[in-house]
Design a protein around this ligand. Structure first.
Ligand code: GLV
Length: 332
C-alpha cells in the first residue's frame, strides 16, 4: 500500500480547503482551533511531512530537528516572523507564505483604519451607544482631514504600494515614504511620492501607516523617541505586526496627546492588548483582521494548500519564501 503524506493542519481552515487537502494527504487537524502549546506542536509534527500553520506556530531549529520527515511548513499569512527561515532553509524544509492574494483587502483595511482613526469613528460610536448624544455641536468629534493630507508609509512593499494608490488616487493625498529600497522612479512619479529618511517621515506625515515586516531590526521601530518627532495632530496606524510599535510608549504618547490618535490591528503579545491602550479613547483597536474578507481568507487557505500539494504531491511550492533551497528528501 502506498502511504499518503501526513499533514498537520495546525488551526481551523475553510472546509473546502480541508476537503481538497484530504484528497491528497492523511490529515491531522487541530480539534478545537486553540494554538497548540509548543511541546504538543513538536509532538504532533514528529511524524508529519507537511504542516499548514498560521502566525501562532513558531517553527525553528528545535521543531525541525524533532520532525525529520517534515518537508514543508505552509503559513496561511503573508508575514512569516513565526518561522526561522534560515533554519528551515538549512534543514531543507520549504517555508511558504501567502503573498499577493491579500494585498488589496489588507490595503482596504489599512485605509479604513486611517479613516476611522482620523475621523474618530469608534470613539464617537461608543459615545452614541452609551446614550450621551443629546445635541449636535460644531466641534463634536472633530478630527484631522484625510483627503489632501500628507500620507506617510513606512514599508513600501506590495501592501504599502496598494495603500499609496488609495491615498493618492482616491484621497488626493501627498505621499512620503521610507523603505529599504526605493521605488522605481517612474512609479514614484506616478504617485508623486517622495522617498525620505525616517525622521522626515515622522516629522512630516499627517497620517503615518506601518506596513513593514517584523524582524529584530524592525522591533520597536516606533518608540518614545520616534513618537516625539511626530506632529501632535498626527495619527499612527499599525497593520504590520505587534512589536514594531512599543505599545507602552504609544499609550503614553496618546494619553499625553503627543500624537492625536492611533489605529492598531496588531499588538505586542497579542491576543493580549496593553491595558493602557484599552483604557484610552483616542485609539481604534481591532483584533488582527486586516486580511479578513471572506474571499481573501479563502484565497489564503487555498494558496497554503497549493503550496503543500505542490511540495508533497507535485512540482514544487507556488510561493516559497526562499526560492533556492536543497529540499529534504522524503524518507523511504
Ligand atoms: C497577517 O497578518 C498576515 O501576515 O497575513
Amino acid at each position: 500500500m502506498i502511504h499518503r503524506p501526513r499533514v498537520l493542519v495546525a488551526r481551523r481552515i475553510p472546509t473546502h480547503t480541508l476537503e481538497r487537502l484530504a484528497q491528497h494527504f492523511e490529515l491531522e487537524v487541530n480539534p478545537d482551533d486553540q494554538p497548540f502549546p509548543r511541546d504538543e506542536l513538536i509532538r504532533r509534527l514528529a511524524d508529519k511531512h507537511g504542516a499548514l500553520t498560521t502566525g501562532s506556530e513558531r517553527i525553528d531549529a528545535e521543531v525541525l530537528a524533532a520532525a525529520p520527515g517534515l518537508r514543508i511548513v505552509a503559513n496561511m499569512a503573508v508575514g512569516f516572523n513565526n518561522f526561522d527561515v534560515p533554519a528551515c532553509t538549512a534543514a531543507g524544509v520549504w517555508a511558504t507564505n501567502t503573498p499577493d492574494v491579500l494585498t488589496e483587502t489588507t490595503a482596504d483595511f489599512g485605509f479604513a483604519l486611517i479613516l476611522a482613526t482620523a475621523r474618530r469613528i469608534t470613539e464617537s460610536e461608543h459615545f452614541l451607544r452609551a446614550g450621551h448624544w443629546n445635541r449636535w455641536s460644531w466641534d463634536m468629534f472633530t478630527g484631522p482631514d484625510v483627503h489632501g493630507a500628507t500620507l506617510g508609509i513606512l514599508g513600501m512593499g506590495r501592501i504599502g504600494q496598494a495603500i499609496a494608490r488609495r491615498g493618492v488616487h482616491g484621497f488626493g493625498m501627498k505621499l512620503i515614504y521610507r523603505n529599504r529600497s526605493r521605488l522605481p522612479l517612474e512609479q514614484e512619479a506616478a504617485l508623486g511620492a517622495r522617498f525620505v529618511d525616517k525622521d522626515t517621515l515622522l516629522r512630516e506625515a499627517d497620517h503615518l501607516i506601518l506596513v513593514l515586516p517584523y524582524s529584530s531590526e524592525s522591533h520597536h521601530s516606533i518608540g518614545a523617541a520616534e513618537l516625539a518627532l511626530m506632529k501632535p495632530t498626527a495619527t499612527l496606524v499599525n497593520i504590520a505586526r505587534g512589536g514594531i510599535v512599543d505599545d507602552a510608549a504609544l499609550a503614553v504618547a496618546l494619553r499625553e496627546r503627543r500624537i492625536a490618535a492611533a489605529g492598531l490591528d496588531v499588538f505586542e503579545g497579542e491576543p493580549k492588548v496593553h491595558p493602557d491602550l484599552l483604557a484610552l479613547p483616542n485609539v481604534v483597536l481591532t483584533p488582527h483582521i486586516a486580511s479578513a474578507s471572506v474571499a481573501t481568507r479563502h484565497a489564503m487557505a487555498d494558496l497554503a494548500a497549493d503550496n503543500l500539494i505542490g511540495v508533497l504531491a507535485g512540482s514544487g511550492p507556488k510561493t516559497p519564501i526562499v526560492a533556492d533551497i536543497s529540499p529534504r528528501m522524503r524518507p523511504a
